[in-house]
Design a binder for this molecule. Structure first.
Ligand SMILES: CC(C)(COP(=O)(O)OP(=O)(O)OC[C@H]1O[C@@H](n2cnc3c(N)ncnc32)[C@H](O)[C@@H]1OP(=O)(O)O)[C@@H](O)C(=O)NCCC(=O)NCCS
Length: 314
């Protein structure tokens, strides 16, 4: 059934406001009530919006019905100069359920494109706005969002897989020591060394910045492995994207294959379980690594994300 004969709401009945500390709670509620497959605690939501240096307040549109004091639709937009200053990233796009299919999402999009042109933006990406992002694309289960973006000219070229790990088999605390390596939660003394280790191992991506967020949590959600001379040789981070998320992680190349990565992973799973969660979501897994996790822990592919892109024409 083609849905082009639905009631169209006049856009001038709505006010557009900026995201601010006065309305952030209500915007969080809007996303919580109207996103079927994704939920974030308020502190994570705030960290990814008002506390995100890249948040673009002019492009993030918060829509109010003139009769109501709560927002009824919102698009959250960030920019990442390090990636490309002419790009912008969607972090979320939502219309309150009772206002859907009345053209509101599309009108909001037209207003946004007008503003994007004024700012000289050349591309919109619904994808990983590293280092501070929640989802690496559109969760393909969000059917309305996927078709909405396609309708507005967005394209997708590949899928990104997350893996879900059930925690029912994680029943005992992992060992603190194995084959001369020790495993521990990172403590403030080791914060700088850990970040330096990650930067040295992976100089070309934003993992060090991602891990930094986990050091601000209480307690920090990064675990490290040390060798006999107390040098850091590996790390694994969880709950930095959202509670129960896993990644990034890495082990010094010369000692890979000795089970150090698995131990660090198990420490994270254990820690997540202690927080009362029953699944862990491994972020952005590629190729044979999927097989590794699935054999090691019974992880299965879910959710699947499609990064989506649209070039802005001038
Ligand atoms: C996607 C969304 C923002 C669209 O807003 P909207 O105001 O309902 O959209 P519009 O009325 O402007 O519809 C425009 C087009 O989007 C597509 N679309 C909208 N809803 C759809 C649905 N349920 N199924 C398939 N396509 C849909 C259609 O192509 C539609 O045009 P058409 O009716 O002429 O075919 C809204 O449905 C929504 O909030 N969905 C949930 C989003 C979500 O889960 N966000 C969480 C992650 S941040």
């Amino acid at each position: 059934m083609k849905g082009n004969n639905h009631k169209i709401l006049p856009f001038n009945n709505f006010n557009i406001k900026e995201i601010s500390k006065d309305n952030i709670l209500n915007i969080h509620q809007l996303f919580e009530k109207n996103s079927r497959f994704f939920s974030l605690p308020f502190d994570y939501f705030q960290r990814g919006t008002l506390e995100d240096d890249g948040l673009d307040r002019n492009l993030s549109l918060i829509l109010y019905d003139q009769k109501e004091d709560r927002p009824i639709a919102a698009v959250l937009v960030v920019r990442r100069k390090e990636i490309d200053e002419k790009y912008c990233f969607f972090k979320g796009y939502v219309v309150s359920a009772q206002y859907r299919r009345q053209g509101l999402g599309s009108k909001m999009f037209s207003e946004l494109v007008k503003r994007l042109r004024e700012d000289g933006i050349t591309q919109i990406i619904y994808g990983p706005s590293v280092p501070n992002y929640w989802q690496p694309g559109v969760d393909i289960r969000d059917t309305s969002l996927y078709f909405f973006l396609k309708r507005h000219g967005f394209k997708s070229s590949r899928a990104i897989y997350n893996l879900t790990v059930p925690l029912n088999t994680i029943n005992k605390e992992p060992a603190k020591e194995k084959d001369g390596y020790i495993f521990e939660r990172v403590l403030p003394n080791d914060f700088n060394k850990t970040i330096e280790f990650i930067k040295k191992l992976f100089p070309n991506n934003t993992w060090a910045d991602e891990v930094k967020f986990s050091l601000k949590l209480q307690p920090p959600t990064t675990f490290i492995a040390k060798n006999e001379t107390m040098e850091i040789v590996g790390w694994a981070t969880h709950s930095q994207f959202f509670p129960g998320s896993f990644g990034p992680t890495g082990v010094e190349p010369s000692i890979r294959g000795k089970g150090i990565g698995t131990k660090l992973f198990l420490w994270c799973l254990w820690d997540i379980k202690q927080k009362g969660l029953d699944t862990c979501e491994i972020m952005w897994v590629e190729g044979d690594t999927i097989k590794f996790y699935s054999k090691a822990t019974g992880a299965y592919i879910s959710p699947i994300y499609y990064p989506m892109y649209k070039k802005i024409k001038y």
